[in-house]
Design a protein around this ligand. Structure first.
Ligand code: GLN
Length: 193
């Protein structure tokens, strides 16, 4: 039975744990380096990317996180988590972990539309469109050849991307009761996705 770590230093990690619980998956809150040993996957939740990155550095998690993911640990970032995984941002802060070949623009939807919900089709997710909740959401401005775009919004910008064992979504599946993207991530963790 796999154990999925949820980075629990800021943001909506509790909601991810609830979704994993609904799927019958063991989860573990990750706060210090030793918590990372023996996990089979990692979720970086939504929240505030500047704070998350600041605390990653304060708790000296950066190098271990990078090593683990580069050695094949499956990871999924939602919203702020996507920003944390990027290799470059259109803004000067924070300094992301440089794990995924994507350029991300934070708060890409401007002040007028802080939050909205949109039903979107996602490659690899069967059934009706997914109810995607965007909250001060980032978008992917550019991505490298190794990155597969799973979903885009009307203006053509990707909002769900995958690079092998690394998954990132601009929106918050953990804030819905629709667990299909958590299931997709578990397929990656279990090596069948
Ligand atoms: N825009 C936020 C940031 O820059 C992310 C928002 C979110 O995770 N809902 O960190």
């Amino acid at each position: 039975m796999p154990t999925v770590g949820v980075l629990a230093i800021q943001g909506d990690f509790h909601e991810h744990k609830e979704a994993l619980l609904r799927l019958g998956v063991n989860s573990r809150e990750i706060r210090v380096r030793s918590h990372l040993s023996g996990i089979d996957g990692l979720i970086i939740p939504g929240g505030e990317s500047t704070t998350i990155v600041q605390l990653i550095d304060k708790f000296q998690l950066r190098d271990t996180l990078i090593d683990e993911v580069n050695s094949g640990l499956p990871v999924w970032g939602t919203c702020a988590g996507m920003i944390v995984l990027a290799n470059r941002l259109t803004e000067s802060r924070p300094s992301p972990l440089n794990l995924m070949d994507i350029e991300v623009s934070r708060n890409a939807f401007g002040r007028q539309i802080h939050s909205f919900e949109l039903d979107i089709d996602i490659a690899g997710v069967q059934g009706p469109p997914f109810p995607a909740i965007f909250i001060r959401a980032p978008i992917v401005k550019n991505c490298g050849a190794m990155v597969k775009i799973l979903a885009s919004i009307e203006n053509g910008f990707p909002v769900a991307v995958r690079q092998g064992h690394i998954l990132a979504t601009s929106f918050h599946p953990e804030l819905t009761n629709d667990d299909r993207i958590h299931r997709l991530f578990m397929d990656i963790v279990e090596g069948s996705g």
